[in-house]
Design a binder for this molecule. Structure first.
Ligand code: FES
Length: 147
């Protein structure tokens, strides 16, 4: 029975080597995750402490928004259903979240499944059933800004 001992010893060495590899990989992952967390926390804290001026950056000029139409600026649709009456809405379609991408013939269009919205954000044609989320805007010195 003493001849079985050399067979057992190589298996133990393999097991030990495999265990060491797994432990090294786990330490590497833990170190990588730890450094990412501290970096992102530091970055977001610095961004949150930036000085806040009371004036908002303009989304667009009032002259760029056609009466009876609208324009898409970033994540906001700015419409002017009647002269001098401006509204803002999220570009996220309320159907399943695509971005509306056009304002044509008085309708805000979603390219994904054909929903259209009126210039007041209400549904003109489904499959969406809920209005676009409001992004309040106001006129400031001839520009449209977030309210
Ligand atoms: S996500 Fe806009 S119509 Fe489907």
């Amino acid at each position: 029975m003493s001849q079985n001992d050399p067979v057992v010893n190589p298996l133990d060495r393999r097991s030990a080597l495999a265990g060491a590899g797994v432990a090294a990989a786990a330490l590497t992952l833990a170190a990588a995750c730890g450094s990412d967390d501290s970096t992102s926390r530091g970055t977001s804290s610095a961004a949150a402490t930036s000085s806040g001026a009371p004036t908002a950056a303009p989304l667009t000029s009032t002259s760029d928004v056609p009466v009876g139409g609208g324009v898409i600026v970033g994540d906001t649709v700015v419409t002017q259903p009647a002269a001098g009456a401006f509204s803002g809405f999220s570009t996220t379609c309320t159907h399943v979240g695509c971005k509306v991408n056009k304002v044509v013939n008085g309708l805000i269009e979603c390219p994904c499944h054909g929903s259209t919205f009126n210039l007041d954000g209400t549904v003109a044609h489904g499959p969406a059933t809920r209005p676009l989320e409001s992004h309040p805007v106001k006129v400031q010195d001839g520009n449209i800004v977030r309210a």
